[in-house]
Every structure is written in structure tokens, then in C-alpha cells.
Design a protein around this ligand. Structure first.
Ligand SMILES: [Zn+2]
Length: 389
């Protein structure tokens, strides 16, 4: 299973050390450099004031596949836990019917996965308990993986785990309904390792109105008074606020209140495809101004107008990346695949094994290694470190 990963990591280490960039230091630094070759980790490992320029290097790459496996690849939205709950999928088995599992992650060079816990409507009345039970189940991924996978709670955990050649997991919640009517539940989820909460899914809740309800049911309200309390609590706790699925009115309420950068874990551009799940240019700019993050969703319905009918390809993902880059800059873009969330994926990015194809296309289109590394993971890690610690 690790035959693909180890040799590349070693090759990367040799290249890195030959460039003379290894600045010395203890074993921790040595491990980090070896296993995340190409990224100047020692420079920012102990630096709380993270600066973008410190997260990149000037390595020249001729082979985009090597660049792909050198880079830290983060996906900020995956629904595999639902497939485990609903369809009997397994993390440590090569499932025939899922976009993802540990084998596919290894093959595709994925390093850090945020698993989103989604709450079906029939569990709305017991959403806190249901979410907690899904988190319990998620945590078993770690024991099932025979030492190949570990969950992180902090930025330092992420660096340690990826430095040890393991795949790293993070936990998110898709739907503030999980918080129910007790704002202290934000802290309870945080203590269990949850690091983002999407304030709504398609259904509105005690916190806010969803994008779907705003558009299809004409609901014009934003955050409720309770929702404002929840946002403040999330800021106070170090919990990332995920605005994917949120109505525009609620979005602007969040932007007014939140003292932290805001993320959209899995959303695309409205100006390219006017779907209620996508973000307008003004929203994209506001997220960038907050120093936040947008993970590009692979669902063809969100990528192209009439998605299912025409299908989508990696070129469409890149159109959305290009657009955000042109209006806000490259520093706010990432990957929020929505794999295993019921999506139909692009024809040339059918599951997690095909991630290298995305890097190849970015490279082909003229994105430089520094930009590619930011998009593949460093942009999210910057925000994660700033907000979650
Ligand atoms: Zn979603």
C-alpha cells in the first residue's frame, strides 16, 4: 500500500537536501523536511505569525506528478462516513462503490482529509446525538488503518502525522442543526476534534437560513439571534465557520460578525454557473478579505450549467480556480471535492486516485509550483493554523 508513497518521499528528501535548504535543527525538523520535501516547514513550524511567503519554495519541477506527491494535498470536504453508515463502506477496504478509502487516498497522493458529518433530515430531532455517534464511528478509521492514518486536532498534529508518512484526518460537521439549541455544544464538538461547522446544510435551522430555502422558498432572513451567538462562540472556541450551503443574507451577517477568517469548504463560482450553492463574486472577495478559503467542489451540477446533462471535466474545475484567482488572488483557493457526497464527478476525476490529473492540468495551464502547492493544501493550512491553532 505504501509502495507509491515512500520512494517519492525519499526522492523528494534527496532533492531538498541537495538544494542546501535544510537549515539544521532537531529530529522533528528533519522528519518534517524529509517527508514533506519541497516545503520549507522548519521556517514556520514554530512561528505563530504565519506568512504566506514562508510556506513556499522555489523548487523547479519538470514533472507535475512529482510536484503532486511532494505537495501536501488537503481536501476539505468528503462524505465517506455517510457511505459507511448508509451503505456499509469501509475505510480500510478498497470499496467498489465509493470515491474514497485509504487505498484511493494513497494512490492519489492525498495527505489530509476533512471528513464531514452530515445529518439526514430524519435525524434532525436527535442531531447532536447522531453527530456524536458518527464522530465515534469516524474515529474507528484510525484503529482500522493499522497505523497508516491518524486524526489531528491542531496544526502541529497535522505536521507530525504527515511527517510520519501517515494520512491525516480532520473532522467537520455539515449542518448547524447538530448544535441544537445549546451553544455550549460548539465546545463539546471541538473537544471531540471537530474543527469546522457548516452553519446550515440545504435545510434551514435554529442558526440560519440555507441557500436552498432562500432561493426555492423565498426566505429572506439571515442569521437568527441564536445564530449570532453560535458564530461568536465558534470564534471564541477556534472553530472554523463554513459558509457553504448558507443563504446570502446569512453569509453577510456572518461576515459582519466573525472576527476570524471564514471558509467555504465546498463551493464554486456563481458567475460561471448561477446555482444557489455557488458564491457570487462579492462573496468570494469578502472571503478573501477575511483571509479565508474556498474549496472547489467537483460536483458537475455546481461546475457547469446543466451539469448532469453535459458532464464536467477537470478543465471546468480549473475555470473556477482561474476565476477566483482573477478576482481575489490565488491565496484563497483549495480543494473541497464533495467525494462520496452523492455527486457525479468530472469524467477525468472520477475518484480520489485521480488527483494527480488535476495537478497535471494546473501545471499544463501555466500555474507555477508555488501556486499549485497553495491550491493543493497550503492555503487551507494557513487558515487552519490561524483559527484552530
Ligand atoms: Zn454539501
Amino acid at each position: 500500500m505504501i509502495k507509491f508513497f515512500v520512494p517519492l518521499a525519499v526522492i523528494g528528501a534527496v532533492v531538498y537536501m541537495n538544494r542546501g535548504n535544510f537549515g539544521g535543527g532537531g529530529m522533528t525538523e528533519l522528519h518534517s523536511v524529509i517527508n514533506n520535501a519541497g516545503i520549507s516547514l522548519p521556517q514556520y513550524e514554530n512561528n505563530s505569525e504565519l506568512k504566506l511567503t514562508e510556506m513556499t519554495d522555489s523548487t523547479v519541477y519538470e514533472d507535475p506528478v512529482k510536484l503532486h506527491f511532494d505537495a501536501l494535498l488537503v481536501d476539505t470536504h468528503n462524505d465517506l462516513i455517510w457511505q459507511v453508515y448508509n451503505k456499509g463502506a469501509d475505510f480500510n477496504v478498497r470499496n467498489s462503490f465509493t470515491h474514497s478509502d485509504i487505498f484511493k487516498f494513497r494512490e492519489g497522493g492525498l495527505d489530509i482529509q476533512v471528513f464531514a458529518v452530515w445529518i439526514p433530515l430524519n435525524k434532525a430531532k436527535s442531531s447532536f446525538d447522531f453527530t456524536m455517534s458518527q464522530i465515534e464511528r469516524l474515529k474507528k478509521f484510525q484503529t482500522e488503518s493499522n497505523g497508516e492514518f491518524e486524526f489531528a486536532k491542531s496544526y502541529d498534529d497535522i505536521m507530525r502525522i504527515t511527517g510520519n508518512k501517515k494520512i491525516c484526518g480532520l473532522i467537520g460537521i455539515e449542518g448547524g442543526t447538530a448544535v441544537e439549541s445549546d451553544v455550549e455544544n460548539v465546545r463539546r464538538f471541538f473537544d471531540e476534534g471537530v474543527r469546522y461547522i457548516g452553519l446550515t446544510w440545504n435545510n434551514s435551522n435554529l442558526i440560519a437560513t440555507s441557500a436552498k430555502d432562500a432561493v426555492t422558498a423565498g426566505k429572506s432572513s439571515g442569521l437568527t439571534e441564536y445564530g449570532k451567538e453560535v458564530v461568536k462562540k465558534m470564534n471564541e472556541t477556534g472553530m472554523l465557520i463554513d459558509v457553504s450551503h448558507l443563504s446570502e443574507a446569512a453569509f453577510w451577517d456572518v461576515m459582519e460578525i466573525s472576527s476570524d477568517p471564514v471558509i467555504a469548504s465546498h463551493s464554486n463560482c456563481y458567475s460561471l454557473n448561477p446555482h444557489y450553492r455557488n458564491l457570487t463574486d462579492e462573496q468570494i472577495k469578502a472571503i478573501a478579505e477575511s483571509n479565508g478559503y474556498i474549496g472547489i467542489n467537483f460536483y458537475d451540477e455546481f461546475l457547469v450549467k446543466g451539469g448532469k446533462k453535459y458532464g464536467a471535466s477537470i478543465d471546468d474545475i480549473i475555470r473556477h480556480i482561474d476565476h477566483i484567482k482573477s478576482i481575489a488572488g490565488v491565496d484563497y483557493i483549495g480543494i473541497g471535492s464533495d467525494f462520496d457526497g452523492g455527486i457525479s464527478a468530472p469524467s477525468d476525476l472520477q475518484d480520489a486516485t485521480q488527483y494527480p490529473e488535476l495537478t497535471k492540468k494546473l501545471f499544463e495551464k501555466g500555474y507555477n509550483p508555488e501556486e499549485i502547492k497553495k491550491i493543493l493544501g497550503l492555503n487551507f493550512l494557513r487558515v487552519f493554523k490561524q483559527v484552530c491553532g
